[in-house]
Ligand binder design. Sequence first.
Ligand code: NAP
Length: 317
Amino acid sequence: MSKPDVLVAAKFPPYLMDKLRRDFTVHERLHETDPAAFAAVAPKIRAIACGGESKVPRALMEQLPALEMISVQGVGYDGVDVAAALERKVPVSHTPNVLNDDVADLAIALMLAAARRIPQADRYVRENKWPGGPFPLARKMSGARLGIVGLGRIGQAIAQRAAAFGMSIAYTARSQKKDQPYAYYPSAAALAAQVDFLVVITPGGAGTARMINREVLDALGPEGYLVNVARGSVVDQEALIAALQEGRIAGAGLDVFDGEPQVPQALRDLDNVVLTPHIGSATGSTRQAMADLTHANLVAHFAGQPLPSAVPEWQAR
Ligand code: NAP
């Protein structure tokens, strides 16, 4: 029996590509690299495998008349036009939960790195400035007030870790969580006004675009720190740069950026930010687990079995 044709729309690691090639006929990013070859195979393509940052617009789906399934390696899937997929009854899967620990760990690391100025302190030693005098005093994180924007799977994992640092925890989300013990605020601005650290961990997409704007940053104030491990689109990047330049917030730790992998020079020039290149889930074991789940969803679909982790929109249809 011939293997189903799958368009791989992301740069996947070898361990995932090997499994995909074993079970499917793989067309790797052909739609970007070789439009003519893509047009020739497009009618046969039955699934798309892509990453959390991949773009799978309606226009791409319309070129694939045999499309049955989209498997996203990542919990966020804001690049996939899920509404267009659902119209065609094409299920979409993602990889929730397996990355909660890593993303929560990174959020705490960025909070600590920004408040304690770890990268600056590291440079201080490397540049041999220590003999000239001690490193300037930094900001204490333990016992501070934390606000979490988005108390979902990862937000709750961040809260658990923050509790061990003796932090008080409050949050905002679309709805109050009756099963969570933390204080709820109805908006990011109301939350920001009450906390020292504001961590953003919502999905991207239209519903959250530029939610962290000048009003929210000013509510956080000159002693406050912003950490974004969600998506670059959730923060008004120009407003953030201005707030950091003008000292209207104390600092920031950023793993995601609008327009990444390009990061504005103005942001890279600032001394009060810690910048990481979208590494929230980037450990070997977690990426392996994400790859396994991406593959398992495809295999389940073609075996006629329920998907291990369909996106909520598909489950709710
Ligand atoms: P989740 O369980 O679905 O939680 C999302 C949370 O965001 C929920 O509490 C939800 O509120 C809230 N939310 C959604 N829209 C909102 C809005 N308009 N205003 C306020 N709150 C809103 O998702 P998760 O598994 O925790 O993942 C969250 C996101 O993290 C992903 O979608 C992805 O964008 C990002 N992420 C980043 C990395 C990285 O490498 N940096 C890695 C993994 C994930 P309700 O509960 O009220 O619906």
